[in-house]
Structure formats: C-alpha cells, structure tokens
Design a protein. Structure first.
Length: 27
C-alpha cells in the first residue's frame, strides 16, 4: 500500500520530499 501512495506522491514536489524522508528512514 505504501508503495502505491509513494508513486502517486512522486507527481507532486511536496510528495517527492515526503518520499525522500521515508526512503531515508527505511535506510
């Protein structure tokens, strides 16, 4: 589920920043 949300967020600048934070948190 998270992956789908992340891909959708990639379309928005804010979403990209959020995805970056999540990826950094995951390691």
């Amino acid at each position: 589920e998270q992956v789908i949300v992340m891909t959708a967020d990639l379309k928005c600048p804010d979403g990209r920043r959020r995805v970056s934070e999540v990826l950094s948190r995951m390691g």
